[in-house]
Design a protein around this ligand. Sequence first.
Ligand code: FAD
Length: 396
Amino acid sequence: MKTQTALGVKTNTEYGSRTFVYEVEGLRQSNITDKTNSPIRRSGTVYITVPYARMNQEMQRITRMGGKIISIKAVSEDSQMNGQTTTGETTKPMTQAKPKSHKDVPVNTYRPKNPFIGKCLSSTELVREGGEGTVRHLVFDLSGSDLHYLEGQSIGIIPPGTDDKGKPHKLRLYSIASTRHGDNLDDQTVSLCVRRLEYNHPETGERIYGVCSSYLCGMEEGADVAITGPVGKEMLLPDDEDATIIMIATGTGIAPFRAFIWRMFKEREQNPDYQFKGLAWLFFGCAYTPNILYKEELEELQRQFPDNFRVTYAISREQKNKDGGKMYIQHRIQENADELWDHIQKPNTHTYICGLKGMEGGIDEGMSAVTGKFDVDWSEYQKQLKKDHRWHVETY
Ligand code: FAD
């Protein structure tokens, strides 16, 4: 059953009935009048117990009283039942939606010395006419291998040939764009979303093409490909079917999110133990509309699951931000920051960032502007989110 909370979001009653402890500093004791919250003083900080439904109001009340929230922890059910005091020691961090135990995650089944030789089953252009560059969706056959992976992991590709020192090329990592079942749903394939790297040499002006990305983007169907991995535990999806999953991608950063979204919405029959009922919100940034990767499929899923799936685009060369400049993803974050902040405070919200190195800066700027309104220091808050495994970044 779902309930509407003070945060204005649907949530599972499991969370609705829980309580949380805010660790607050700088609170003027004389202003604490709400007896239900039983503040406890400890070396300059105060602990305040808050029912889930009042989290937002309480945060505002604390801010009005000049306090600053340093951490938020969920009260363990045991301590609630035993009637223990609500200090940090009797609470557990907000890790309800923590990804599965890392020991269950497959890693390095194939290493560079002994890669699996798969075959390219298909290669499809994802950039439509009028867009810039080349991005291919590649499907590789894994049959005969022991390579199993989870959504959010990456594989390594070893391009053939040698580098300028005559040594074999090193592997390059690519985020997996398919679910564990693969695009053919037979658990025998893995898909990638690869942009061909091209740039002008800063001194000579010569056009340079990346080694591995050009090899992959030019790959013919039926060709062999040397695969290592899987690797990566940073971008795993939590098991919680009621979680809120915020995904922020630029360009091929959409790859792991395609895997998430397909698992949540397209492959429900394949996953009887994972029937996503929460909210998935994808922010996607690119230069032109024809560069929106997987656009049709994303929009079809949005039509099918309007209450559970949202997509927000930032199209830098076509849309304008509120100051008349180019629309980058951080502007969309800023536009939606109040709502995002409401979500991020919930213990079962995970935020994922994937794509171009440097994109985090703008996102942090947007979040700081909003949390500043509530006198919450974003960088401190973000540290706690990272500790709780609720803030995931993979940029390259
Ligand atoms: P290389 O031949 O290795 O050339 C790269 C080098 O070119 C750089 O090191 C830099 O020295 C130089 N260079 C690059 N741009 C410029 C520039 N503008 N000016 C001057 N010099 C420059 N890529 C994807 O396409 N899709 C993915 O899903 C993906 N996932 C990744 C996941 C992870 C965890 C990581 C770490 C990386 C991921 N990448 C992904 C990037 C990928 O691994 C490769 O780095 C990329 O494809 C380029 O490799 P390359 O061999 O083509 O380029």
